[in-house]
Design a protein around this ligand. Sequence first.
Ligand code: ADP
Length: 492
Amino acid sequence: MSRFILSIDQGTTSSRAIVFDENARIVSMAQQEFKQIYPKSGWVEHSPQDIMGSVMAVVAEALVRAEISAEDVAAIGITNQRETTLVWDKETGKPVYNAIVWQCRRTAEYCGELKKTCADAIYEKTGLIPDAYFSATKIKWILDNVAGARERAEQGGLLFGTVDTYLMWQLSKGRIFATDYTNAARTMLFNIHTLKWDEELLALFGIPASMLAEVRPSGWNFGLTDKKVFGSPVPVCGAVGDQQSALFGQLCTEAGDLKNTYGTGCFLLMNTGSRAVKSRNGLVTTLGATCTDRPPYVLEGSVFVGGAVVQWLRDGLKIISAADESETLAQTVEDNGGVYLVPAFTGLGAPYWDAAARGTVSGITRGTTRGHIARAALESIAYQVCDIVQAMEKDSGIKITRLAVDGGASRNNFLLQFQSDVLSREVVRPRCVETTALGAAYLAGLAAGIWKDLNEVRGTLKEGRLFVPDMDVARREKLLGGWKTAVGKTLS
Ligand code: ADP
């Protein structure tokens, strides 16, 4: 019996394929970057052919490296960049426009109006704050701007999908037209309480219901890929948005479980179980991954500038030549020397929400060195994460006991120890930091019956590294107070 799981991670800048074995160990991996298209300032697109082409290439390469063929693959799990929007012809499969990427701001002005007129109604239904990130206004833009698109859509000739849906449709040659709860929840068209596409929102955006896919649990037997695609048909048993996939990959399956991904920005997701928590701090409420038709609710917050502040040390200030040097440089000084860096390069997000704020470095003296700046930069990542964790605790009333971490900057041991110290909670970094791909693999493996239940999945886990708080209360409070003061100086 075939026992391998193929995880396809279709991300914003690259596509990756990872083959896992039944012990959830990585057997092989392949990655390919693809082109970012910037037609105008603030606009971001991907070519659908590039998305498909890169996925096909990395799957082929990963199978070759694993020395297996499609017949040996028991299940495919797909995880994807969220919100990115594709519209294609139901008959020919041809996209009517490029994929409009989540980062694209082309509908920002319209979203500004929505915020004034129906922010509450949209939040009540979708858990989201109206923003150009989410798919709804991108679909509307395509229908309004591509010649003939609206008529064809109204005649039932066009389909919409996030990347998961598009991939499944293409890989099955049109036989699978589906998405999962986590992706549907990011469209701003899906009611997260009734778990249905919302007719009022469809009417608001002028989107025909016939364009929308069937919504399923993330771990689900969606159907088979077409025989011709990989040489033999393979069941697709998982589809899940990347952040929720990482949450599942960290096995944050209980209420109160929280993970943070330290990438360019930071993405914090907290499982709140069966309760959809309303945020008073500007966090969004969304759905998490499961193999059942009762997906958990999730509270999500993000930090705009996380690892990117380290890129700035490297490329802007040029005080390091590689990201990992930040760790040694920060440890050339005993403490921050009173220096705080607030990396509000593009404004401040949750819980401050100040778009006009710009970054500051404060507390500089004659004795300040590069080390202090590097230290303040790394510490700023941890403080911002603290701010969101506090907001999540306040909103949910759930006391968080530990933080699971992943992402590029989670390699930095200094950062994680400092995070644990200022958060006063344990921080756990798993042995396998490919949690995004792992989450989709777990879901697919569960749906395909490779693992019977979550306990069996847990049985595959290897000990990671635990960071335990080791800072006295007075010092911690002094540092957090210093951060608050520095943020105060940064607000516009
Ligand atoms: P993304 O998926 O957002 O592209 P990654 O998870 O690949 O991001 O992480 C890349 C980010 O992590 C970069 O911003 C980089 O500066 C930061 N980074 C990578 N290694 C380290 C390190 N050792 N210490 C601190 N930051 C790091």
